[in-house]
Design a protein around this ligand. Sequence first.
Ligand code: SAM
Length: 336
Amino acid sequence: MKPPWTPGDSEVHARGRDQSELHAAALAVTRERFGNEVFLRGVVEVSNICRENCHYCGMRRDNRQLERYRARFDALAELLVHHRPATITDINIQSGEDPVAARELVLPLVQTLRRETPLGVSVCLGTLAPSITRELQAAGATMYIIKFEVADPVLYRDLEAPGTLEERAGHIRWLNAEGWNVSSGFIAGLPGESADTARRNLEFAAQLPLSGCSVSPFVPGDETPLSSSPAASLDLTLNCMASLRRMRPDWIIPAVSALNIAGPDGGYRRGLRTGANLCTMNLTPESVRGDYLLYKRDRVIMNEARILEALEAEGLQPSPTSLADHFRRDLAMLPA
Ligand code: SAM
């Protein structure tokens, strides 16, 4: 079997003709594997209460400026069961690391969604205890999104990311062993990273048992210790996405909405040309959206109209198949 392609430092920092060739190769691999279809997943941010203290994140527990919220179950269930956009096939329920929200809000929401909708259900809730994680799975969630953030254990520790890098990777392996489809990810261009961090991020991702991986450009967050650090470049972010795609043609790679911040002039659409095959649609109720503070309060929200416009402009269309069904089919095709 041909060994999988792995990127070198020159790929992730490519410019000019080399960069155009890398992006074109990633696009070709994506179209070959997924055709013109892109998965559409809704995301609801259900709690901004967080016991972690990551330096890059506005929801860190030391941010006393932030008004904390937990969404109301009834309002969320009503929205997702009766008023969700017709094009989404999956939903991701996301929060700060808030075990109370996981038990009291997310668990009943997963049960309701499985009972009353055909949506595939993902969760992104941080490193939770085995018992609640198993309950979420028994309730019908099948995909877990948990980023390893940066593949440098010293930088990971200095940024006070959750636990240690080794523990985060161990949790990812455990989730996979428990039967979850796991998507991970990393932040490109974090302050303090070195010239080889991007390549190390890609190599680290390749060693994990993943179904997908995201690349988020670092955006200096308001009310964080990194608020005056420079943002990541769009070039680095897109090169990492393209390298990921060349490395793993089968992975789910999202076009993250922060591409609009890293590249206000078409960054999101360029993501759709460098290997992305998933768009996420923000469905968080407007009343609390401003307090789900990853970086800035006035972030660009990717709603259904903006996503469909971007897809049409790129000659793409929403996938009628959910991610959950896509993974089920993939599994069914594996040799017994
Ligand atoms: N608490 C959960 C966890 O730890 O997985 C999920 C929510 S957490 C806010 C979601 C992700 O936002 C983090 O894993 C991190 O990668 C990303 N993030 C936070 N601040 C960021 C920033 N300033 N720039 C880019 N990504 C950021």
